[in-house]
Design a protein around this ligand. Sequence first.
Ligand code: N2P
Length: 352
Amino acid sequence: MKTRIMILALALLVSLVAFNACSSKKPTLYIFNWSDYIDPSLISEFEEAYNCRIKYSTFDSNENMLTKVKSSTQSFDIIFPSGDHVSILKELDLLEELDLTKLENYDNLDPQLLQKARSFDPENKYSIPYAWGLTGLMYNRQFVPDEIVASGGWNILGDSFFEGKNKITMLDDAREVIGAALIYSGYSVNDTSSSALEAAHNVLKVWDRNITQFDSDSYKNELQDGTTWLAQAYNGDAMQQMAENPDLKFILPKEGAAMWMDNMVILKNSQQKELAYKFLDFLLDADNAKRNSEYTMYPTPNRAAMEMMGADFIENKIINPDEAYLEKCDMIEYLGDAVRSIDQIYEAIKMN
Ligand code: N2P
């Protein structure tokens, strides 16, 4: 009996040691991305192919991402900031200067979009474009009658139909919220002149009567169940929701929309830089980028992938609006200290 117990104990010990050795041997990559912004099967495939682990966490706004990256004791290897936040992270000296020779698939990227990215990363040195998109309005037609959205403009947010109903949300993002009011008032999303901001602030005071909360994630479920009827929303997120519910609709407002580009960056203090490069290169692979884009419903800056996309995707005007519309859409740019006046208006509106 005694020998049996001893053999069992020994076997347990051996397997524990083996398990520990195995799990501690696997390098771990810490990734921080927007929610609903990657095909999860790509993560598991990468783990398998590179015999590693990925600890994947998500954020729902650049502001939250930045707070966490600056304050977190647990550091990340790869994060996915929007363009203006690439500049902010660079200013804070948090970004690794990329060695592009480690990225075999870099040439898959669309040179035109790389050019666009130079507005926030002048030599394309610190960031790799990941996806781009536009921000518009999503609504549930079960609750919002056609005549309310017939104008097709941003001012639907201020329609008296919604008064006292608590059914509208806007994104929890100062640049997006003030940006929508700037666009509606005929200014660029990047205009911080006092006349532009005063006009935007006045518009927001009116819209705010209808706005229940500023939120960048739960609006998706809430639009499904009727808690929210109308929400400022990202086009790809809207496409994902609309695929599940035919009552959900999306409008790119006639005045224009804010455009943004999100990017992959490696943090300077990453402990797994080689593996981080491998992950970036894995996502830059044309087939993987295509799969990812079909899953997230955002257009990819990967030209090789875009060339393989089916007509459904390419011809979809929500995902891929025509040039005439894109001309009305400025990309959210880095504004340096001038962003403070935008933040102040946003805080004032939120406090109301
Ligand atoms: C994905 C959010 C899109 C990112 N859920 C907006 N920059």
